[in-house]
Structures are given as C-alpha cells and as structure tokens.
Design a protein around this ligand. Structure first.
Ligand code: GLA
Length: 367
C-alpha cells in the first residue's frame, strides 16, 4: 500500500472541530470528483477529529449524531460509490486532541469497527498519551488493524518527537515529522502551529528514511486557506511535491478559486510527487533566503526547484554545472514546469528572476 505518497483531502486544516459534519464530507467528495481531482490521483477523503462522542457499554465507539446523523457507514458507502476511498481519525491516548474518546485500551474493537465501516485510511494522533511508549502504542494499533483484516493505510501523527523516521517504516505508511502546520508563510501561531517554511527546514536530511510504502509527512496542505497568497500557496505545493510528501488537501474544495484549483491540479508537479522511484527531494544549494532543491526521478530524470524565500525578486545566474546536482552527468534537456517558455538544455546558462516568495521548477531529462 501507499507505494506513492497518499493523495486526498482531510477536514482538519479548514473545518477543524466545530465545522466538520456529514454535509461537509459529502460536499468534499462531490467536489473531488466534479473538479477532476480524482482523475489526477486524489482519492482519500479523511474525517479528522470530532466525529466521535462516547463509548457504549461494550466499548464500541459512538458517533456524534449531531454532526453525523446518518452514521459513518453511510458516509463511507457514499464516498466509495464515487470511486473514492474513506479515512478516519483516532488517537493513541485516552482522548483525542479535541477531547473526544481516544482508542487507548480499545484498539482491537476500534479497528474492527473501522473495518466494518469500510475505512481505508486511519490517522492516529498522540494527544493524552502520558506514560505511553510511541513504538508500543502505534504497533498495538498496527496489529489491531491487521487483525481486522481490511487493508488500511496507517498514518502516524506523533509530531516527530520520538523520531518516527527511525522506527515507523515497519509500523505505518506515513508519519508526521513536526508539530502542526498552519496557513502562514513563516513563523508560528500560538507557538505550536508552524508556517510551512518552518516545517520545510526540518525535512532536509530526512530523505534517506522515505520511500515506497513509508513516507515522511510534513503535514497536510494549506493551499487555498486564507493565510497564504497565490504565489505562497504555489511555492508550498511545489515543495511538498519535491519532498514526496503525502498530498492531503486541507482547504474547502467546494469553494476554491480557479487559481487554487490550478495549483492543486498541476499535472507535472503531481507527477514529480508521485514518481515511482519514491525519492524524497533534498537541498543542494543554500544562500539563506534562496535555495535549490533536487528530486531524483525514475529513468534518470531530475527535478530541480529554485525557491525564493525572500519577499522580493531574486536574480540568479543558473549555471547547471555549478549548483552541485547529484549524479549529474552529460547533457540534459530542460523542461520548465510552471512557466511554458520552451525547452532548452543544460549547456545554456540561464539569467533568471525568481519572483518574491515563489519557485521555478525544471525537469531535466537525458538527451
Ligand atoms: C493534532 C494533529 C492535527 C489534528 C488535531 C485534531 O493537533 O496534529 O493534525 O488532527 O490534533 O484535534
């Protein structure tokens, strides 16, 4: 499973706890199909926190019927009927981060419930886990899911504290590497929600731990949420593609602008993200506020991304032989991705202007 980074949508970043409900989830499934996102690979519709309310006397989880009056099975069926896959959320501790019942001591019964509902993806959080060992707790749920007998992508949300990249490849398919993302370029909100460029800084060096079936997860996308401008959202999406990050949208798909849809549906960037080599990108050049990243692709192709972190234009003379591209041998043709200004090759030195807080991306192919 998850041989390429999972793609889909999750309710948290935009709808959080208060606004998520059955109608929202159905609307997002509808939008994923009507926009054509499903044809580009987006497939999971994941309900994050706040769908659960209590447990019955047998320990079976009870759905919050004020938000989900028709129940979860009904939603799963609705999503499956559209050709999409269905995901849900729980927590390894006593309670979720939103204070709803967690799965601690109920792992088997919860996994069985999810399998009965037709769950295809589980995000498993780490709030209220005092005294628990992450390897043990996540392994417990992994085994419960396995025993339940339904293939379920297992997404670990431990925020990187216990360095899951060192142990989680045999436990789950993806693991969060940092605290939560928020819709900011940089800095943080309330100390614990990070702008996307802060998260980016922590990804370089983790590339050796990711690959088909096991991915570093720098958290869900903020593309389309109000705190990022169009170019900022484009740069964010581009870098998540370069990182082979899971592409889990976190915006209101039903009401997104054409500019935002065009970013989320940029075919060539998605192809870079989903490349079957499954190699996470890494930084090859760094001037502080100007960086160049490389992502090796199948068939000897190479994606190169120039990232201008500064809030003003950046001039750069791009000499392909001088930016330390790994495994760069001979001549390559150069295809720009976001701009359609024709093909060149790596003999040419490019005199570039990278707009403020923006990216330029090329795919290099052997001549
Ligand atoms: C944590 C997770 C978030 C989200 C919320 C839900 O903060 O890291 O992604 O799931 O909990 O309460």
């Amino acid at each position: 499973m998850a041989q390429t980074p999972p793609m889909g949508w999750n309710s948290w970043n935009f709808f959080e706890c208060d606004s998520v409900n059955e109608q929202v989830i159905m609307d997002m499934a509808d939008a994923m199909v009507s926009t054509g996102m499903n044809e580009l690979g987006y497939e999971y519709i994941v309900i994050d926190d706040c769908w659960q309310i209590a447990r019955d006397k047998y320990g079976v989880i009870i759905v919050d019927s004020a938000k989900f009056p028709s129940g979860i099975k009904h939603l799963a069926d609705y999503i499956h009927a559209k050709g999409l896959k269905f995901g849900i959320y729980s927590d390894a501790g006593t309670h979720t981060c939103g204070g709803r019942p967690g799965s601690k001591s109920f792992e088997e019964i919860d996994a069985q419930t999810y399998a009965n509902w037709g769950v295809d993806y589980l995000k498993y959080d780490w709030c209220n886990t005092e005294g628990q060992d992450p390897v043990e707790s996540y392994t417990l749920m992994r085994d419960a899911l396995y025993n339940a007998g339904r293939p379920i992508v297992f997404s670990l949300c431990e925020w990187g504290h216990a360095k899951p990249w060192l142990w989680a490849d045999t436990v789950g398919h993806l693991w969060r590497t940092t605290l939560d993302i928020t819709d900011r370029w940089d800095g943080n909100r309330w100390g614990n929600q990070l702008g996307w460029t802060e998260i980016l800084e922590h990804q370089n060096g983790l590339e050796k731990y990711a690959g088909p079936g096991h991915w570093n997860d720098p958290d869900m996308l903020e593309v389309g949420n109000p705190g990022l401008s169009i170019n900022e959202a484009k740069a964010h999406f581009t870098m998540w593609c370069m990182l082979a990050a899971p592409l889990i949208c976190g915006n209101d798909l039903k009401n997104m602008s054409p500019e935002i849809a065009a970013i989320l549906m940029q075919k060539d960037m998605i192809a870079i993200n989903q490349d079957r080599l499954g190699q996470q990108g890494f930084k090859i050049y760094d001037e502080g506020n100007f960086e160049i990243w490389q992502k090796p692709l199948a068939k000897g192709q190479i994606a190169i991304c120039l990232l201008n972190l500064e809030n003003r234009e950046k001039e750069f003379l791009l000499d392909w032989k001088k930016i330390s591209i790994k495994d760069f041998e001979g001549l390559y043709s150069v295809q720009p991705i976001w701009e359609k200004d024709g093909m060149i090759d790596t003999e040419f030195v490019l005199d570039l202007t990278i707009p403020a807080r923006d990216v330029i991306v090329y795919i290099l192919s052997k001549e």
